[in-house]
Design a protein around this ligand. Structure first.
Ligand SMILES: [Zn+2]
Length: 250
């Protein structure tokens, strides 16, 4: 039964790939074409989520950016890679890469029961168990806004990154705020949602996010990636306007 379903799915996907190759959207993680990506988010965003691998705008943006830089994806350079709170689409793409020594990590690895591959390592980014300068590359996306002591987390990420290593450290940012808003007396989930935009966030980063990263020692590039793309590619890859890449170097 499972085999018949898989065969049918392959047949449908092949048909869609043919049909939408030139006018539709393309997911570089699962390598499929669709008419559009699906809607996603509490306030609905269109052309956002891949129906097959569930990649979002930011994941596809990261893919395109790193591919252009010759880092992580579609390269054979051997690296040690730390992936904090691993997103499934990225995890699936690199879990069996021969050139990547992969360290997927989370404080609560049991939450990731749906990942099918290397086991998650239990770890706390404010107190990492790795030696200094171990990793060539780190992914840590949409994590720091959950961590009360983000200064410690940033300094730990800096410590375990190799000299000349790189990391992608995305967080949600309110570009209207010049200074990050945090108030640790707000602990009620409903109040946190009102104040910070999600019930398990402990702050709302503002434009000074780059200064916080720089204070930890990183050389920071904040990249308005959407603006570098053609109109066709913005749609084709479903990239979100005003979502920037925060790419750092040690
Ligand atoms: Zn996909």
């Amino acid at each position: 039964m499972r085999k018949i379903l898989d065969k049918n799915l392959q047949f449908i996907t092949r048909k869609l790939n043919y049909r939408y190759k030139f006018s539709g959207v393309y997911c570089p993680y699962c390598k499929n074409y669709f008419k559009t990506f699906g809607d996603f988010g509490a306030s609905i965003r269109h052309n956002a989520q891949c129906p097959v691998c569930k990649s979002l705008e930011r994941h596809r943006m990261i893919y395109l950016f790193l591919k252009e830089k010759g880092l992580v994806f579609e390269t054979s350079k051997t690296i040690d890679l730390l992936h904090v709170a691993p997103e499934k689409c990225i995890y699936d793409k690199i879990k069996y890469s021969k050139h990547i020594e992969y360290f997927p990590l989370d404080l609560y690895p049991d939450y990731y029961y749906y990942l099918n591959g290397p086991d998650l390592i239990k770890g706390d980014i404010t107190d990492l168990q790795f030696e200094d300068e171990k990793f060539d590359f780190i992914f840590c996306n949409h994590v720091l806004e959950h961590i009360p002591d983000d200064t410690k987390a940033m300094s730990e990420l800096f410590r375990v990154l190799k000299k000349d290593g790189n990391a992608v450290l995305l967080v949600p940012i309110d570009k209207q705020l010049s200074e990050t808003y945090e108030d640790f007396s707000i602990t009620d989930p409903i109040e946190r949602e009102k104040a910070f935009g999600q019930d398990d966030h402990v702050r709302l980063y503002g434009k000074d996010y780059v200064d916080r990263l720089a204070a930890a020692g990183f050389k920071v590039s904040a990249i308005d990636y959407w603006n570098t793309l053609s109109q066709r590619d913005r749609f084709k890859y479903g990239i979100l306007e005003n979502e920037w890449i925060y790419f750092v170097e040690k």
